[in-house]
Each structure stands twice: as structure tokens, then as C-alpha cells.
Design a protein around this ligand. Structure first.
Ligand SMILES: O=P(O)(O)O[C@H]1O[C@H](CO)[C@@H](O)[C@H]1O
Ligand SMILES: Nc1nc2[nH]cnc2c(=O)[nH]1
Length: 277
């Protein structure tokens, strides 16, 4: 799913919202249990994923499967309540396709959010973590294949999560009084959660939080020259670090429990985002 398909999807979305709609200051993807932010958008046009050309249907519980165009903190934004994961059977390029569409709509900044297991032992459910860097242990890359027009062939990944945007996210956290950790996110293919041995391996490798998304999206954002920033909601201690068994129901519950903090943080961040980032 490349640049041409993204233009088709963007044209359809523009037609739905009307030609007068301003270009978004950012595009936001809302992870498992974090879709409540969509309800904070004002004057939102809601488009089911199934209507957007090239989008498959969202199949994961806690992912509403809607694209919204509206304003947040009086700034024009596009938000996706839900995402596509490789464990649903999608290629990495399709998992990252919504980011191409956000780019085609003119968004210069990509904000990812996700639910993740806490590998850092001091993390507990309800913590928020700004992603400082990631590890791609999905062993898939969305840029495999011929280079799409506008893509870098060999994108630099020395600073995938934009330094300035991270500083702005920390500042927003201070303004709204939300504690914000910072650490390394590791993307695994899923859909199984990890074994305790895998979690110990990840810990030794320097991973702070583990999930099954975000990495392909950020790779494509970087290939397109978009600035990326991402927040993980720690929904559980990773396997073996507590006596609890892991379940997606628990992940969604924990996501909802931290929704107030998460929404306040992202809303303040968007409020402070410069017009041409
Ligand atoms: O990354 P998001 O989509 O927020 O969801 C995370 O939570 C789900 C597992 O409970 C997986 O999809 C994992 O990636
Ligand atoms: N891989 C993975 N994804 C998650 N999403 C939410 N919690 C977890 C977890 O513990 N592991």
C-alpha cells in the first residue's frame, strides 16, 4: 500500500469533509483502550475505516475503526480510533498505510499511542511512557519492496522520535500535571503475549515497554519525512513480572483507567504544537 493508494484515500477523506477543511497540524493514532480521545474532537466528521479506500476493517476489540477529522484544542487534526496490526494478517506496509494517508492529508507530525506491557520493573498499570526509541523485533519492515515516490530508500533512524517534539510532550505533561516516564518500546509480532523468559531477554536488551504496533507506523513516518512522537500507556506488568495472567480485556480496562491523563496530555501537546512543525 503505497503513495498512490494513500492519495486516493486522502482524496476520498477531503471529499467527505469538504474542500474548506484546513490541513491538519498532526495525525494521531489511538491505541487499545485509548480511543476516548476521539470524543474530545470538536465538529468531527467520523468516517468508518471500511469506507476509506484501501483500509481493511479493524478487527481488534477496543479499536473503534473510525477516522475522525475535526479540531482538538482548536487545532485541526485527524485522529484514527484504531489501527491495523500485523498479527491480524496484514503486511507491515498495510499496518503503516494510515500514516501514508495522514501524510497525504498534509499532516507534518505523526502522534502514535499504544497499550504496552511494562518491562521496566518499576512500571505499573496506568503509567504513561514517552517513547525515546524503539526496537524492531517484528522482523518485518514496511519499506520492503520498490521505493515509493517520496520515500527515502534508507531512512535514518538515529532519532526516530523527534527530539523537539519529545521535549514538547514533557512540557505538556508538566502543564497538565501528568507523570510521564520515558523509555524504549519494543515491537513484537504478536498476537501471543510474551513468555517470562522473553521478557527477561527484553529487559537485558534495554527494553522498557513491549507491544505489537507503532514500529511500522513510525518507520513509514520517518521515510516520508514526518516528525514522530509516541506515548505508551502501560496497561500491565509484562509477563512474569507479576502473578497476573495477561488478557486483552485487562489491557483495555487499564487503558480506559488512564484515559483522563492520556487525553489531557495529548490535548495540551496539540494545543502547543506550532502551525508548521
Ligand atoms: O498497540 P495497540 O494497538 O495499542 O495494542 C496493544 O494491545 C494489544 C494486546 O492487548 C496489541 O494489539 C498491542 O499492540
Ligand atoms: N506484546 C505485548 N503487547 C501488549 N499490549 C499490552 N500489554 C502488552 C504486553 O504485555 N505485551
Amino acid at each position: 500500500m503505497g503513495a498512490g493508494a494513500a492519495r486516493v484515500a486522502a482524496d476520498y477523506i477531503r471529499q467527505r469533509v469538504g474542500p474548506a477543511a484546513p490541513a491538519p497540524v498532526c495525525g494521531i493514532v489511538l491505541g487499545s483502550g485509548l480511543g476516548g480521545l476521539a470524543d474530545r474532537l470538536v465538529d468531527a466528521v467520523r468516517i468508518p475505516f471500511s469506507h476509506v479506500p484501501g483500509f481493511p476493517t479493524a478487527t481488534v476489540a477496543g479499536h473503534a475503526g473510525q477516522l475522525l477529522v475535526g479540531t482538538l484544542a482548536d487545532r485541526p487534526v485527524v485522529a484514527l480510533a484504531g489501527r491495523f496490526h500485523m498479527y491480524e494478517g496484514h503486511e507491515a506496509a498495510l499496518a503503516a498505510f494510515p500514516v501514508r494517508v495522514l501524510h497525504a492529508l498534509g499532516a507534518p507530525v505523526y502522534i502514535a499511542s499504544n497499550a504496552a506491557g511494562g518491562v521496566r520493573r518499576t512500571f505499573s498499570a496506568g503509567d504513561l511512557m514517552l517513547i525515546a526509541d524503539h526496537m524492531n523485533l517484528m522482523f518485518r519492515n514496511p519499506l520492503i519492496g520498490s521505493t515509493e515516490p517520496g520515500d527515502e530508500r534508507f531512512p535514518d533512524m538515529s532519532d526516530p522520535y523527534d527530539r523537539d517534539l519529545r521535549a514538547r510532550m514533557r512540557a505538556a505533561a508538566q502543564v497538565v500535571g501528568v507523570p510521564l516516564h520515558e523509555g524504549v518500546y519494543c515491537g513484537l509480532l504478536g498476537p501471543t503475549y510474551e513468555t517470562p523468559s522473553e521478557v527477561r531477554m527484553l529487559e537485558r536488551m534495554g527494553v522498557d515497554a513491549v507491544g505489537m504496533s507503532t514500529v511500522p507506523e513510525v518507520i513509514v513516518a520517518r521515510a516520508l519525512g514526518m516528525r514522530a512522537v509516541a506515548v505508551s500507556c502501560i496497561t500491565n506488568k509484562a509477563a512474569g513480572l507479576s502473578a497476573e495472567k495477561l488478557s486483552h480485556a485487562e489491557v483495555m480496562e487499564a487503558g480506559k483507567a488512564v484515559a483522563g491523563h492520556f487525553e489531557a496530555l495529548i490535548t495540551e501537546f496539540v494545543r502547543q504544537l506550532p502551525a508548521a512543525s
